[in-house]
Ligand binder design. Structure first.
Ligand code: ATP
Length: 231
């Protein structure tokens, strides 16, 4: 399943944020979306998820134009967004978070799937999510998404505020996902971490794609200095 954005424009009311964005995530590939604050990265992910509607151009998933299809319909088709700020239910337990959209036997399967990626969550199933460390909450956010077995996982700022060792653990789970042939679209503040998992890199600046290429082209030299130096 391939994701294709063609001449995409989107924004909020009269404020246009994305300008003529073309981007492809081939089936099974990992794409890093980089760019400075306010470049439009979150808006791009939200447009793919159906939370923001394009004013022109199109989002195609598996050759189907998404148009005004609801976020829910897109999730059912395998597109999953983990938003910045995690999107977990802090007052519910870990198990309740994991099994939220399932019933009966599927509940056990959801928990089994999640703990395969993050064994530490298995020891905390009855703990209230909001009382765990930031790193464990982020693991839970990723685990919740994995339970839906997405074909395309989009992650916005996975590692904000987390200790390096925790980030390693979360990236290891993301690597497992890739090994299973799923696709990734990742917005990440730590440029080198993003480059380490990516097959392709897109750089967004003021809502326009200014670079498309492979990680090796970005690690040093002109591209890095021009667009990524602060990362
Ligand atoms: P960051 O790394 O800071 O999250 P970003 O690249 O993800 O930045 P966006 O969050 O997509 O960028 O924001 C792009 C632009 O859209 C910014 O100018 C921002 O102020 C504006 N914007 C974001 N969300 C909204 C909103 N709900 N309503 C109006 N404008 C918004």
């Amino acid at each position: 399943m391939t994701l294709e954005l063609r001449h995409l424009q989107a924004g909020y009311g009269r404020a246009q944020v994305l300008h003529d964005v073309n981007l492809t995530v081939p089936a099974g590939a990992a794409v890093a979306l980089l760019g400075s604050n306010g470049a439009g990265k979150t808006t791009l992910l939200k447009t793919i998820a159906g939370l923001v509607h394009p004013t022109a151009g199109e989002v195609r998933w598996n050759d189907r134009v998404q148009g005004t299809r609801t976020p829910h319909a897109r999730v059912a088709d395998g597109i999953c967004l983990i938003p910045e700020g995690r999107g977990i239910f802090r007052n519910l337990t870990v198990a309740e978070n994991l099994a939220m959209h399932t019933r009966g036997r599927n509940k056990a399967r959801a928990i089994e799937t999640a703990t395969r990626y993050f064994p530490v969550l298995g020891q905390r199933l009855s703990q209230t999510a909001g009382t765990m460390s930031g790193g464990q909450q982020q693991m839970l956010a990723v685990a919740r998404a994995l339970v839906t077995q997405p074909q395309l996982l989009m992650i916005d700022e996975l590692s904000v505020g987390l200790a390096p060792v925790v980030i390693d653990e979360i990236f290891a789970a993301v690597e497992m996902l890739r090994a299973e042939g799923r696709s990734l679209l990742v917005v990440e503040q730590y440029v080198h971490r993003a480059l380490a998992i990516a097959d392709y890199v897109y750089i967004l600046q003021k809502g326009r794609i200014v670079f498309v290429g492979e990680p090796a082209q970005c690690r040093s030299g002109t591209i890095f200095e021009r667009y990524l130096g602060e990362g």
